[in-house]
Write a protein that binds this ligand. Structure first.
Ligand SMILES: Cc1cc2nc3c(=O)[nH]c(=O)nc-3n(C[C@H](O)[C@H](O)[C@H](O)COP(=O)(O)O)c2cc1C
Length: 334
């Protein structure tokens, strides 16, 4: 039987399938079913900077003026209970998941500016998280802020969070970076033990009848795998950090590709949310194992990086050279 075990952020995992940050981790029972089905680790949904600053602003307001309403600062927070807006509940959920599960639980902080909210990195650690993922979702929409301003802001944030914790730190990044390989290297120098490629950006649409901007979340498909796959292949062996692939992992084939490109783990969100059953995890694991047996792979570790840019016959295939070839290979339908 092939050995599916891997390591990620210094954690020993029984296989490379990790539940990516999503509402799945809100329900302990759901997380336990995934664990039983074989998922090797779980990333919690994020605690957002806005949630933390909202709560502390609300507290200041309460101290200053009493308990009357507090409409400011809350307009950008979601209605309903998709993400519970209490940091205290978040920390309780970390502890609850740790108690209920034997697999590693990774906390997730989501924010962009340095500040008091990053104390929560330490609190997530103290609540029992085995590692922390920092998601720096940011849209570079201000014409007066340059790419180096943004990168420096993010590097400082990583250094600040890293200096506050003892547990390993992974940084979930965006594909929209001018010089990806250089930025990745500097994130590692700033303290990232792992990089998670890539944050998925949800694009607003326009409703022509209502003349409104519409926000909707489309789950991914396997076609979304290509972008992180390419960058993991390129970065493998060039930076001193574990690489995790998120976006477009739906099948055993996607997991195998992620491993061959050089990822330590393949993360799933859409597939688990769409299918809703732990059975899907069992299927993906068993198909991965069968494929490895049929192709004489003894372990995932031997497979990792075997099709990275460093290892393939045609390294240029990952870069500009490939661009012209692909365009020229297109044939119109007769
Ligand atoms: C409903 C939903 C909620 C998510 N919430 C978070 C979150 O709280 N923090 C985070 O870093 N990523 C979050 N993500 C992004 C996922 O972790 C993942 O990176 C992304 O969906 C791409 O993976 P996929 O193709 O498997 O869906 C969320 C995704 C979905 C679909």
């Amino acid at each position: 039987m092939p050995d599916l075990s891997t390591t990620y952020l210094g954690l020993n995992l029984k296989n490379p399938l990790v539940a990516s940050a999503s509402p799945i981790s809100r329900k302990v029972e759901r997380a336990r079913q995934l664990e039983e089905a074989g998922i090797a680790a779980i990333i919690m949904y994020s605690l957002f900077e806005e949630q933390i600053t909202h709560e502390s602003l609300e507290f200041d307001h309460y101290l200053a003026r009493g308990s009357d309403s507090f409409p400011e600062a809350s307009s950008h927070l979601p209605d309903g209970d998709l993400y519970d807006v209490s940091p205290k509940n978040y920390l309780n959920q970390v502890t609850g998941l740790k108690k209920a599960l034997n697999i590693p639980v990774i906390g997730s902080l989501n924010g962009v500016t340095k500040g008091g909210w990053t104390n929560y990195a330490c609190q997530i650690q103290d609540a029992g998280a085995d590692a922390l993922e920092l998601n720096m979702y940011y849209l570079a929409a201000n014409p007066d802020i340059s790419s180096s301003d943004i990168e420096n802001m993010q590097l400082e944030l990583v250094a600040e969070v890293k200096s506050a914790i003892r547990i390993p730190l992974a940084v979930k990044i965006s594909p929209f970076v001018t010089a990806m390989a250089n930025f990745a290297k500097r994130l590692v120098e700033a303290g990232a033990d792992g990089l998670v490629l890539f944050n998925r950006f949800y694009q607003p649409d326009l409703d022509l009848e209502e003349l409104e901007v519409v926000h909707s979340l489309d789950l991914s498909t396997s076609a979304d795998l290509r972008l992180p796959l390419r960058w993991i292949s390129i970065l493998y062996g060039k930076i001193n950090a574990d690489l995790a692939l998120t976006s477009g992992v739906h099948t055993s084939g996607d997991v195998l590709k992620a491993m061959m490109a050089g990822a330590k783990v393949a993360m799933l969100a859409s597939e688990l949310l769409r299918d809703g059953s732990a059975q899907r995890v069992r299927e993906i694991l068993s198909h991965t194992q069968t494929w490895m047996e049929e192709h004489d792979y003894q372990s995932i570790r031997h497979m990792q990086g075997s099709m990275s840019q460093k290892s393939v016959k045609d390294p240029a295939a990952f870069e500009r050279a490939n661009y012209m070839k692909v365009l020229h290979s297109f044939r119109e339908l007769p």
